[in-house]
Design a binder for this molecule. Structure first.
Ligand code: SF4
Length: 231
């Protein structure tokens, strides 16, 4: 069974990028109400041994060669660390002298094993969507026992020892983190985290716009406020 999926190859700042999903269906440790992939039937933060990946891995490496790819962006249907072959796949890509960017929601970066794997990547993206414990439980519906405090501290501790480029993606959501108090909290977190790059985004899916979307004007204001943070 073949399950890796790809986006069309594209250029980003002159770098040729191949974006790949390494999961057969959604596997995530969260179950966000606004997840673009849908509900989490497999809410998990353990590794899963998916069968028959050899052909997929071979095809990934062939695509890298054929398209002269310079960076592979691992952007999976959920949490890529669930695929037990993630480490091996990263090694194979790196053996071709190709850079790796890994997207994670960031919670499992607190685990030793995941940290070691992420350390092999040139770029790691960690995310933050809400700031309060109650909101975290209500709208991101993580695995039992997860807390927002641990989530944030897992990313901070990871980046203290990480040598690559940590990209912090903040999603602005109406009613959850778009007020002045939340923006001040975000700035404090950014100062502790010290990411190399900050990406401020909002929910793009049309069906979330009415309840959770913010206006263009407020979005630009928030982006400007966050962009000027110096550390
Ligand atoms: S962390 Fe991302 S993939 Fe996981 S449920 Fe939330 S939005 Fe979906």
């Amino acid at each position: 069974m073949s399950f890796f999926t790809y986006k069309d190859v594209y250029f980003e700042d002159g770098v040729k990028v191949l974006e790949v999903n390494l999961l057969p269906e959604k596997y995530c440790n969260f179950d966000c109400i606004f997840c673009p992939i849908g509900r989490s039937q497999n809410k998990i933060d353990e590794k899963v041994s998916f069968e028959d990946q050899e052909q997929d891995i071979k095809e990934l490496l062939e695509r890298i060669d054929k398209n002269e790819i310079e960076l592979v962006f691992i952007n999976s249907k959920g949490e890529a660390f669930v695929n037990e072959k993630l480490s091996e796949i990263i090694d194979l890509i790196k053996s071709k002298n190709v850079k790796v960017r890994l997207l994670s929601n960031g919670y499992v970066l607190g685990k030793d094993e995941c940290r070691k794997i992420a350390n092999k990547c040139d770029e790691v993206i960690g995310e933050l969507k809400v700031l309060e414990e109650e909101d975290f439980q209500k709208v991101q519906r993580p695995i039992a026992g997860y807390t927002i405090e641990e989530y944030i501290s897992n990313m901070i501790e990871f980046n203290k020892q990480y040598k690559g480029k940590f990209i912090f993606e903040i999603t602005i959501i109406k009613g959850y983190n778009d007020d002045q108090e939340s923006i001040a909290k975000l700035k404090t977190i950014i100062k502790q985290l010290q990411p190399e790059e900050i990406q401020v985004v909002r929910l793009e899916e049309e069906h979330f716009q009415k309840k959770l979307g913010i206006s263009d004007e407020r979005f630009e204001q928030i982006k400007k406020g966050i962009d000027v943070i110096l550390y």
